[in-house]
Design a protein around this ligand. Sequence first.
Ligand code: MRU
Length: 330
Amino acid sequence: MKVRGKNYRAVWMEGRDVVVINQPLLPHKFALIRLKNHRQTANAITTMIIRGAGTIGATAGYGMAQAYLEGVDLDKAYQTLLHTRPTAADLKHALDRVRANAKTPAEAVAVAEEIADEYVERAEKVARAGLPLIKNGCRVLTHCNAGWLALVDWGSAPAPIYLAHRKGRKVFVWVDETRPRNQGAHYTSWEFMQEGIPHKVIADNAGGHYMQHGEVDLCIVGADRIAANGDAANKIGTYTKAVLAKEHGIPFYVAAPSSTIDLKCKTGADIPIEERDEDEVHYVGRERITPKGARAGNPAFDVTPAKYITGIITERGIIKPNQLKKVFSA
Ligand code: MRU
């Protein structure tokens, strides 16, 4: 994707360094950060300097390659990287792939590069598969950020929107702000500003209102892990939107590359849900918004049951949730 006319990915490797866009500085400052070893890379994943399932996967792959270059204990490095964030299936997928296919540091770097390139190729295919859904004049609602910051390039949920826009179709997007970390407000809106996609950021509670008033034609969201039965984990609040979409007869799509599908999870109940620090809820910026001593719950993701999902947009086309196992175990 282009930032001020220059092409960037969300993560790449230069020599022994992993270079990422410092996401918490967005939307007001665009800066890169160099991660010098696998520990710094793991820390960048935990602290959400980078985030989003695909970018987490690609970064973890590069982090594993750094461990090979550092000559450290690979089992320990694997565990350090694996325990950064629990929900994204892409994380383990990338780590396993580097470990299974690389004996030398050069091979590890090559496999990590292959993983990152594959995200870009698959995202472009997701864009093409989802394109027919984006009719001229379409008004889409999305939740969180599943764009190029979250998937190396292109993204998953916004990928068909980007392609439709580039083809000259008129498209408008309602962007949920996505409390508590505001990925919609900070990142999706910033990406759309770079691409010139017409959109409005809305409070998370506003989506139902716009659905009720006939102002949403379609919902598309990303995913962090999709179970074999088609249940999909994505950013907290996704489930609410899916139920509302069903109530209003609005198609609800999940977009993801196949690395996000975890056939070992039979249903959504098997997906581990990350619980994050309470302070993400207590504070907005530096200001505490809850009474001192109040407690807060902060699940980072929720699971949308397959019955609310119209289709899953993948690099192999749009798949019905109940066909997922058949298509991807073949
Ligand atoms: O906690 P985050 O910001 O990593 O969560 C991101 C999401 O939930 C995205 O929708 C998901 O990872 C898909 S990214 C292509």
